[in-house]
Design a protein around this ligand. Structure first.
Ligand code: FES
Ligand SMILES: [Fe+2]
Length: 450
């Protein structure tokens, strides 16, 4: 349980708020590179600030305030010229540093001291990395984007999934240190939905463990197999190989997935999944000139939250906690040890930032950023690919985790067919392979590594 003041501190993300200042010390992914390849100007909202992201002629990225300082027109309606963004109302133009570089009428009739020298827009850094466009809204100098181990792998197919959730970022991220929810929100929920009368249960947790390291909290657990059921998580894991960690300040890592909970504002979160599927060793490594992305819907046509797939089950739970979870009335138990550790770290880092120090997990040394090793089992599989038979068995297993016959990406609802086809080509599987796999019966107990 937290006081109202402390809950307020952890959840408010606008400029000048303690948590807003902490989160501004890190880079955050905010869009997919392929998205900006299709559409060069994209309005974005980030930590309560309305901004416009754009791609220049040299494939650099600009990120500036959304309102034109002239008379407030939306710069998201503007267009790119060279390295700058032009407002579509009277043609004022701003470069990536925020300087006004043209005011067509004023320049025509003006004096030798141009009016444009007195006008600026707020501007932030934005760069492309790992198929995503990242933003940094903090003070200079900006740190490095952490080279987490999965970004160094070259033997897999990557896709990026974006979803906007109508709730505060922290309740989403607390899920990263909450292993007991796997048992209930996923395994037992799937059993209940599939067969309401079934007495079956997934493996029951008998212990959870957390260990802080430089970049986050490694998560491990033990569980007892009460019945033989397909489970989306390994029944037991060790800290160093669990393959699950909460990374500072807002990332869930599960081996093949990195998942950011980026605050759009106090009551909206952009969930971005960077998903890596290792390819079978009998096909060549994938050369992805552009990494596919898609927006995953979170509700159906009636506005009901979707719960057919693992990530959608999580999304519905977080949104169900309210726009901003009320931590003044919660009753934390021993299953919440990780949640408590995460909050302690955030409070400590708020203090560090207020003293002018870097918070935990900020990287500035290029040498130590060549590859940030994370807890992981089966490292070789991710680096070198998987045997064909193992690949097929994993796909079948993961299809058991969703509650319909959708043959697309089984972990989140809504993968477009074009991305599914790209996946099939990369994996060397025919067009009906996933359809067929989508209909196969349950086969094996599983692990959260797909
Ligand atoms: S409002 Fe943008 S140039 Fe006039
Ligand atoms: Fe989950």
């Amino acid at each position: 349980m937290l006081s109202e003041a402390k809950n307020h501190m952890l959840t408010r993300v606008g400029p000048g708020t303690p948590m807003g200042e902490l989160l501004r010390r890190y880079w955050h992914p905010i869009a997919a590179v392929s998205e900006l390849a299709e559409k060069r100007v994209k309005p974005v909202r980030l930590m309560g600030e309305d901004l416009v992201l754009y791609r220049t002629d040299t494939d650099e990225y600009g990120l500036v305030q959304r309102r034109c300082p002239h008379r407030g027109v939306d710069l998201g309606q503007g267009w790119v010229e060279g390295e700058s963004l032009r407002c579509s109302y009277h043609g004022w133009m701003f470069d990536r540093s925020g300087s006004c570089v043209e005011q067509p009428y004023e320049d025509m009739v003006g004096s030798s001291a141009p009016f444009r020298d007195k006008v600026r827009v707020d501007a932030y850094q934005a760069v492309a990395f790992a198929g995503m466009v990242w933003a940094y809204l903090g003070p200079a100098p900006a740190p490095l984007i952490p080279m987490f181990e999965p970004f160094t792998w070259r033997r897999g197919f990557v896709q990026i999934i974006l979803s906007e959730l109508p709730c505060n970022w922290l309740q989403c991220h607390e899920n990263a240190v909450d292993p007991v929810h796997f048992e209930w929100r996923h395994t037992n929920y799937i059993v209940r939905e599939t067969d309401p009368g079934s007495p079956d249960r997934g493996p029951q947790h008998s212990g959870i463990e957390f260990q802080e390291f430089e970049f986050g909290l490694a998560v491990a657990r033990s569980a007892e197999l009460t019945t033989v059921l397909a489970a989306p998580v390994a029944p037991t894991s060790r800290l160093e190989t669990s393959g699950i960690a909460c990374l500072w300040p807002n990332v869930l890592y599960t081996g093949s997935n990195l998942e950011w909970r980026v605050p759009v504002d106090d009551t909206t979160t952009l969930n971005i999944v960077w998903n890596y599927s290792p390819t079978p060793t009998d096909v060549p490594a994938v050369e992805q000139d552009s990494i596919p992305y898609w927006y995953g819907p979170v509700a159906d046509d009636d506005g009901e939250m979707l719960t057919s797939h693992i990530l959608n089950q999580d999304f519905a739970a977080w949104v169900g906690q309210g726009a901003i979870a009320d931590r003044t009335s919660e009753r934390l138990g021993r299953s919440d040890e990780g949640v408590i550790l995460l909050r302690k770290r955030l409070f400590a880092d708020v203090e560090r930032v207020s003293r002018g120090e870097d918070p935990q997990g900020v990287v500035r040394d290029p040498e130590s950023n060549e590859c940030i090793v994370l807890p992981l089992d089966k490292r070789q599989m991710y680096r070198d690919g998987v045997e064909r038979a193992f690949f097929e068995e994993r796909l079948e297993r993961v299809f058991n985790w969703r509650l319909n016959d959708d043959p697309s990406y089984a972990v989140q609802f809504g993968q477009p067919e074009s991305v599914r086809r790209e996946f099939e080509r990369a994996m060397g599987i025919g067009p009906d392979f996933l359809n067929l796999r989508g209909q196969l019966p349950d086969s094996a107990s599983g692990e959260c590594d797909v």
